[in-house]
Design a protein around this ligand. Structure first.
Ligand code: MD6
Ligand code: FE
Length: 185
């Protein structure tokens, strides 16, 4: 949490917008590492090297995240992006697949802090059967193999289920960090 606070002091949360419609997402985002995931109305989903509002390079990837990646994935290269998602009480994330990375063989490691998320995961095609999993604070999920390319999303946040972010200026909510290898090593 201290690492996240330091990252956000340099690279503030921004509101991403869906390509085409330009609709604001309910989740606010920032990144650490050489690359950061970003989306806006005109150019859509992509990885960029600088914060879209400050113009500064993203802050360094937190060492604790790197250590988790190395311990859990066995992937022969380090992650290049640590996407930070912040969910307020009303935020959610629609079903999607993560497919903006060239390193399609690399797992994605997810770390959850704060309020519990009702996470939903399905299969490789939209509209199949899905499973609901609660991700409480401290949960770490590795999506690898076929699951790396499965549809998933966050139905809702269980507001008040954790006190971890209670006295941050955010006043509650949830952080989810996802570590990603973007380019092919
Ligand atoms: C979230 N997670 O937990 C959203 N993506 O807030 C994701 O979208 C996600 O957990 C790829 C791999 C793991 C994830
Ligand atoms: Fe995702």
């Amino acid at each position: 949490l201290a690492d996240i606070r330091a990252i956000l002091a340099d690279a503030p949360l921004y509101t991403p917008h869906v390509p085409g419609t330009g609709k604001a997402m309910s989740v606010r985002m920032s990144n650490a590492g050489p690359l950061g995931w970003y989306t806006d109305r005109a150019q859509g989903y992509r990885y960029i090297e600088r914060h879209p509002e400050t113009g500064r390079p993203w802050p360094a990837m937190p060492e604790a995240g790197l250590a988790l990646w190395r311990a859990l994935t066995g992937y022969p290269a380090d992650p290049e992006a640590c996407l930070i998602n912040y969910y307020g009480e009303q935020a959610k994330m629609g079903a999607h697949r993560d497919q903006d990375e060239e390193a399609t063989d690399a797992p994605i490691v997810s770390i959850s802090l704060g309020d519990t998320a009702v996470f939903r995961i399905g299969g490789l095609k939209r509209g199949g059967s899905t499973a609901s999993v609660q991700l409480a604070s401290g949960s770490v999920v590795v999506l690898s193999g076929e699951a790396r390319h499965a549809y998933h999303g966050v139905d809702r946040i269980l507001a008040g289920s954790s006190r971890l972010l209670e006295d941050a200026d955010l006043g509650g909510g949830r952080f989810n960090l996802t570590l990603r290898r973007v380019t092919r090593p």
